[in-house]
Design a protein around this ligand. Structure first.
Ligand SMILES: *Cc1c(COP(=O)(O)O)cnc(C)c1O
Length: 415
C-alpha cells in the first residue's frame, strides 16, 4: 500500500487544515446602483410603463442577448408562469420538466392547472435526458420546461427536435444559467421562451425579479407575454387597453428593481467569466481522482457555475458521501450534501397530490402518481452529490485550496 504515504492526517482527525485563509468576498452593489436608484426616484414615478429604468434594463438585456423582445417580471417563478400562460398551457396539459430544481419551476405549471411530469436526468450533467423526455410524451403533453441546472446547458438540439416533432413549446428555466452557452448559443434564446431570475441568490440581484425572453421574434407573441405579466393590460406605445381577454396575474417589475438591474447587468459578463474559469478549474483539478466524478459540461458548451456539484462513487472509497462531506468541511472547504434534500416529486405536494388545499385538482384529471424510483438517475445524483460554492469574489488561491482539500480527503479515503 504505497499510496498510504500520500495520505495526510485529516483535519477531521486533528491534522492541519488545508484552507488557512478566508475565502474572497466583495460588495455586489456600489455607487453604480445608487446612482440608478436616485435617478429612478427623481423620475417621480416607480411604475415601469411611465419610467425608463425597467425599459432600459430590458433594452440592455436584449443587447447582451442579441434578441428583439423580453418582458420583465416580479420573480423567476413569475417569469416561468408568464411564459407558460403565454404559451397557452392550460387545464390538464402535461408539462415535462426536471425533478432536480427549485419549486419556482413547478409553481406556474400548477397555477395553470397543468400537470408536471418528471423526466430523468443525465447522471453527470444533472440535466434532462432527451431519451427520457421522449419516453414521457403523451397526447396531453404540451410543453417542456428545461432547467439549465447550476449554469450548465441542457442538451438543446435533441430537445428542440422532439418539440418540433410533437408540437411542444419549450421554455428554458435559466434562473441559474446567465450567459451559459450551448454550442455557442446563449441559453434562453433557443427555446420558445427563456426565463431568468434576479432574486438575491442568483448571478445578479435586483432583490427579486425576473425576465422572459420571446424568441419567436414575433410582435404578437411579445404582446401576449407582456400582457400576461400585467393583468392583461396592453400597454404599447401610447395605446393602453384594459380588455380582459383571459386571466392574467400582476407580475410587474418596479422601477427600483429595473434601476438596480441596469447596474447589475453591466457586471454580469465579468461575474460569469470568473465563475466559468473557477468551475472549469475545479474540474481540471479533480479529474481522474478515485471515486470522484466531476460536474460534467459537455464539449462545446459553456457553464457559468451557479454552483459546482461533484458526485462520489462510494465503491471506490472507504467512506460514505456524508463522511466525505464532513471531512471536507473540516479542511475549511464549505460544502453541502446534494442540492435539494430529495427529488421534487417526493415533496408532500406531489405525494399527496394536493396543489390546492382541500382537493386533488389537477392531478385527478389523469390519476397521475409520483413514486420513488420514477427518475432513478436523479435520485442517485442527490444521494451521491457534494456541492461546492463557486463565487466571483473567490480568488485563484481559494480555488486551488478547494482542489487541494478534495484531493487530500480523496487520497485519505481511497480504497
Ligand atoms: C431561483 C430559481 C427559480 C425561481 O426564481 P425566483 O426568482 O426565486 O422566483 C426557478 N428555477 C430555478 C432553477 C431557480 O434556481
Amino acid at each position: 500500500m504505497g499510496e498510504k504515504t500520500t495520505q495526510e492526517k485529516l483535519a477531521l482527525h486533528g491534522g492541519p487544515k488545508v484552507k488557512e485563509t478566508p475565502f474572497g468576498t466583495g460588495k455586489r452593489f456600489g455607487f453604480e446602483e445608487v446612482k440608478e436608484l436616485i435617478e429612478a426616484l427623481e423620475q417621480n414615478t416607480l411604475f415601469y410603463h411611465q419610467g425608463n429604468k425597467v425599459k432600459t434594463f430590458l433594452r440592455d438585456f436584449n443587447d447582451l442577448y442579441q434578441i428583439d423582445y423580453s418582458v420583465a417580471a416580479s420573480s423567476g417563478t413569475a417569469a416561468i408562469h408568464v411564459a407558460l400562460g403565454a404559451a397557452g398551457i392550460t387545464v390538464g396539459d402535461e408539462v415535462i420538466t426536471s425533478p432536480i430544481t427549485d419549486q419556482g419551476t413547478l409553481i406556474g405549471i400548477l397555477y395553470q392547472n397543468a400537470i408536471p411530469v418528471f423526466a430523468d436526468l443525465d447522471p453527470h450533467t444533472y440535466n434532462l435526458d432527451p431519451a427520457s423526455i421522449e419516453a414521457r410524451i403523451t397526447k396531453r403533453t404540451k410543453a417542456i420546461v428545461v432547467v439549465h441546472l447550476a449554469g450548465n446547458p441542457c442538451d438543446m438540439d435533441p430537445i428542440m427536435e422532439l418539440a418540433k416533432k410533437h408540437n411542444l413549446k419549450v421554455i428554458e428555466d435559466c434562473a441559474q444559467s446567465y450567459m451559459a452557452e450551448y454550442k455557442g448559443r446563449l441559453v434562453g434564446t433557443i427555446g420558445d421562451y427563456g426565463c431568468f431570475s434576479t432574486n438575491d441568490f442568483k448571478h445578479i440581484s435586483t432583490g427579486d425579479g425576473g425576465i422572459v425572453t420571446i424568441n419567436s421574434g414575433d410582435l404578437d407573441d411579445f404582446h401576449k407575454v407582456h400582457a400576461f405579466a400585467d393583468k392583461n393590460y396592453q400597454r404599447f406605445s401610447n395605446m393602453v387597453s384594459r380588455a380582459m381577454d383571459y386571466l392574467a396575474p400582476n407580475y410587474r417589475m418596479t422601477e427600483l428593481q429595473g434601476a438596480v438591474g441596469i447596474a447589475q447587468l453591466k457586471k454580469l459578463p465579468a461575474i460569469c467569466g470568473a465563475r466559468q474559469r473557477y468551475g472549469d478549474r475545479i474540474t481540471a483539478g479533480i479529474t481522474g481522482l478515485p471515486g470522484i466524478r466531476p460536474h460534467r459540461v459537455k464539449e462545446g458548451n459553456r457553464s457559468t457555475y451557479w454552483f459546482y456539484m461533484l458526485r462520489l462513487d462510494e465503491s471506490e472509497l472507504t467512506c460514505t458521501r456524508n463522511e466525505f462531506s464532513k471531512a471536507l468541511s473540516a479542511e475549511g472547504i464549505p460544502n453541502t450534501i446534494g442540492y435539494i434534500p430529495d427529488v421534487v416529486y417526493m415533496q408532500p405536494m406531489f405525494q399527496n397530490r394536493q396543489a390546492y388545499l382541500n382537493n386533488h385538482f389537477p392531478f385527478d384529471l389523469t390519476g397521475i402518481t409520483y413514486e420513488r424510483g420514477l427518475c432513478p438517475n436523479a435520485e442517485n445524483i442527490l444521494r451521491s452529490a457534494v456541492r461546492l460554492t463557486v463565487n466571483e469574489f473567490f480568488t485563484d488561491q481559494d480555488i486551488e485550496d478547494m482542489i487541494s482539500g478534495i484531493r487530500k480527503v480523496t487520497m485519505f479515503y481511497r480504497k
